[in-house]
Ligand binder design. Structure first.
Ligand SMILES: Nc1ncnc2c1ncn2[C@@H]1O[C@H](COP(=O)(O)OP(=O)(O)OP(=O)(O)O)[C@@H](O)[C@H]1O
Ligand SMILES: [Mg+2]
Length: 270
């Protein structure tokens, strides 16, 4: 069956490894992009349900999430939550192991689930959809890659991340590059410490390897962890921090590459 056609840009934040900063990047790109006047829907496709720590105004209300809707416990309106910086958050929801296995089986059996679900929301075309994903190959990553116009691949400036590039490339080849609406896979190097020689060397190697697929860098910045602990995004916690400027630059690059419809005069929420 043909996949549902989406009119709004979908950005998937992905990464082959755990703990590289995917959720941090998804959240901060979300709030930074929302500042440009676009409506932003941030969807947590990771059973850790961690995007809420960055974005939710009410974490307790994130127990339902998309897992709750799939289990028939709620509808989409109940699952969506107002988030920080005007972002609308669709949390993953809290789920036990058995329900998670059922849900993953459902997603494996319905490869077009995310495309159909996003199409059903009838979001205005100037909406940007951001997807947070778990590390490495999973049914969630497959769903995300099938709908993404842009993949933001988060890597660390270390040898381990460099070694995962072929795996990520194969996944993007399989699910994205054949699609007419796919724009690009862009790499964001997170937690860069310019004082460390290995970081500088790996960054140089990544520049050489990726060329214009290198989206940018986010520096290792205490403000990132402190912002999370204070339950605000980096831009609001420390507007002049290195990381806030890095996220702003990456957001500008993303908008340049996607060229989404201009935001409507009044910033609308999905
Ligand atoms: N640029 C940065 N500077 C400082 N700390 C950072 C930065 N980016 C991420 N971190 C910290 O690194 C840790 C891991 O980040 P995060 O949870 O976003 O990674 P992840 O890739 O989503 O992890 P997982 O694979 O478990 O989903 C967090 O404590 C976060 O605050
Ligand atoms: Mg994460």
């Amino acid at each position: 069956m043909a996949q549902a056609v989406l009119t709004m840009p979908v950005i998937a934040v992905i990464g082959a490894k755990g703990g590289v900063g995917k959720t941090t990047v998804a959240a901060n790109l979300g709030t930074t992009l929302a500042e440009t006047g676009h409506a932003v829907l941030a969807v947590d496709l990771d059973p850790q349900n961690a995007l809420r720590f960055h974005l939710a105004l009410d974490r307790e209300a994130c127990e339902t999430g998309l897992a709750g809707v799939l289990a028939g416990r709620a509808n989409w309106t109940q699952a969506m939550q107002p988030g920080r910086g005007g972002v609308v958050l669709l949390p993953f929801g809290a789920i036990d192991d058995e329900h998670q296995i059922d849900l993953e089986r459902h997603l494996a059996d319905h490869p077009g689930w995310l495309a159909e679900t996003l199409a059903r929301f009838q979001l205005p075309p100037d909406t940007l959809v951001l997807l947070d994903t778990p590390p490495g190959p999973s049914v969630y990553l497959q769903q995300a890659l099938r709908v993404a116009q842009l993949c933001v691949v988060t890597v660390l400036p270390d040898a381990g991340s460099f070694a995962t590039l072929p795996l990520v490339d194969r996944m993007i080849d399989k699910y994205c590059r054949g699609r007419a609406d796919f724009v690009a896979d862009l790499y964001l190097v997170n937690q860069v410490d310019a004082g460390k020689r290995l970081n500088r060397d790996v960054l140089q190697a990544l520049r050489h390897e990726l060329g214009d697929r290198l989206l940018g860098v986010v520096h290792q910045d205490q403000a990132v962890c402190e912002a999370l602990a204070s339950a605000v995004d980096v831009r609001r916690y420390a507007p002049f921090s290195e990381a806030a400027e890095d996220f702003a630059q990456s957001a500008r690059q993303i908008l340049r590459r996607l060229a989404p419809p201009a935001p409507l005069a009044e910033n609308r929420r999905p």
